[in-house]
Design a protein around this ligand. Structure first.
Ligand SMILES: Cc1ncc(COP(=O)(O)O)c(C=O)c1O
Ligand SMILES: [Zn+2]
Length: 415
């Protein structure tokens, strides 16, 4: 393993992973830890060209950049290496020269969260823990349930009782122990943390567990490698100009930033893209902090159709705001109608069926173009973070209902 130490994102104190499991002891639940690697060691073992020859079409191809001890710890389920589609039609509509869509809804449980859950389950295996737990708005839990089933490890998942039925069905069919919390995601998060402390379960809670970002960073490793492949460059990878991603807790955007910083540290890319965080208007705590020029996140009363990003108190908000500020990007907010419109556009123009939070990054790109925030000559990647089948009622809301018809031919032309 090429991990050197864990570093508090607030005070910079360094810890050995043998001594600290979750957060900085001085800062408690706010002291999220960054995972620091030995870049010289990684460069001595591997290179972009080596990885490009790998036949592992999953996050496993980035083994040397993962915080895992034993190969056997990583569940067999195939996570990552999702397609990066060129999108000339939507690009033309928006007057963007080069637009790419990374469809992470094609992960095994249908969302980006499989990346984090795979790495955390592997960590749990490395550590020899017996039970793993998480709070979730739905997808992180579904991902943990699936990856735990793959690793045959018991999982306990706390989700708000309002989570879409399909996500709850995923939890149940994979055999997780499911608690439907009569409250918000934020309340489920706190309950799950308390239960994990009480019963000694290993917590995968987003951000609180330092390895969730390490799973999520694999998306940016893939983006830069895939852009290089499309341009036939193998020795160096290619960073796009901008990446758009939807933001709830802020852990995906933090993970994407981390992957880019690792690649810069290794000398495998030449620049860090501007990161564009997209939040729903009704759940915009990170946007508010960014706009106010602070890293302190004030909770909001969250309401949006995009259940996955309906978060009152983003747990990784400080690093998310930093990711946007330090890369020279921006936060954008979008309405629920803009999200529904993005779902229709993605499905009809590019045949990508996204859940509301999955389409929110694209809605943010549309908003950023119309407000002149972004120039059309940039190379832009939008991450689609979740599959549309996870929330069928929202898809019907976006698409409208089908026509009912009598089983007679003369009814067809009438309709
Ligand atoms: C589909 C989807 N998109 C985006 C997000 C936002 O990720 P984060 O909460 O890490 O900001 C989530 C989180 O649940 C999600 O499930
Ligand atoms: Zn600290």
């Amino acid at each position: 393993m090429n991990l050197r130490y864990l570093k508090c994102s607030l005070c910079g104190t360094e810890y050995s992973p043998n001594n600290v499991t979750y957060v900085c002891p001085k800062h408690g639940d706010n002291g999220l830890l960054d995972v620091i690697y030995d870049y010289d060691k990684i460069n001595a073992r591997t290179s972009p060209a080596d990885i490009s020859r790998s036949e592992e079409f999953s996050i496993r191809r980035y083994w040397d950049l993962l915080p895992i001890e034993k190969h056997a710890s990583l569940p067999q389920l195939r996570v990552g290496w999702t397609p990066l589609y060129r999108s000339p039609r939507l690009g033309k509509q928006l007057a963007i020269g080069e637009l790419f869509l990374k469809d992470d809804g094609l992960n095994p449980t249908g969302s980006f969260k499989d990346r984090a859950s795979a790495v955390v389950v592997a960590k749990a295996k490395d550590l020899g823990v017996r039970v793993i737990t998480t709070a979730s708005s739905g997808n992180a839990g579904a991902a943990l349930a699936g990856l735990s089933a793959s690793a045959q490890m018991p999982a306990v998942v706390f989700v708000p009782s309002t989570a879409p039925e399909a996500k709850v069905a995923q939890l149940l069919i994979y055999g997780a122990h499911v608690f439907l919390v009569k409250g918000t995601y934020d309340e489920a998060f706190d309950l799950c943390l308390a239960a994990s402390k009480q019963y000694g379960w290993y917590s995968r809670n987003t951000g609180y567990n330092p390895y969730t970002t390490e799973g999520k960073k694999t998306a940016s490793l893939e983006i830069c490698e895939q852009l290089a492949r499309s341009g036939e460059s193998r020795d160096k990878w290619i960073a796009p100009d901008r990446i758009f991603v939807s933001v709830g807790d802020g852990n995906i955007i933090t993970g994407i930033w981390k992957g880019l910083r690792d690649l810069m540290g290794l000398g495998w890319i030449d620049k860090i893209p501007k990161l564009m965080g997209v939040q729903a208007e009704g759940s915009a705590a990170c946007y508010n902090a960014w706009k106010a020029g602070t890293e302190t996140i004030k909770p909001v009363d969250a309401h949006t159709i995009a259940d996955s990003i309906s978060v009152g108190l983003p747990r990784d908000g400080t690093r998310a705001v930093r990711a946007v500020r330090e890369t020279g990007g921006a936060f954008v907010t979008v309405s629920d109608d803009e999200i529904l419109d993005a779902m229709r556009q993605l499905a009809r123009e590019e045949a990508i069926f996204a859940e509301p939070a999955g389409a929110t990054g694209y809605a943010g790109l549309v908003r950023a173009m119309s407000s002149g925030l972004v120039q059309g000559d940039e190379q832009i990647v939008v991450v689609i973070t979740g599959n549309g089948l996870k929330d069928v009622p929202s898809a019907i809301r976006a698409a409208g209902n089908a026509q009912l018809i009598e089983p007679r031919l003369e009814s067809v032309p009438r309709i």
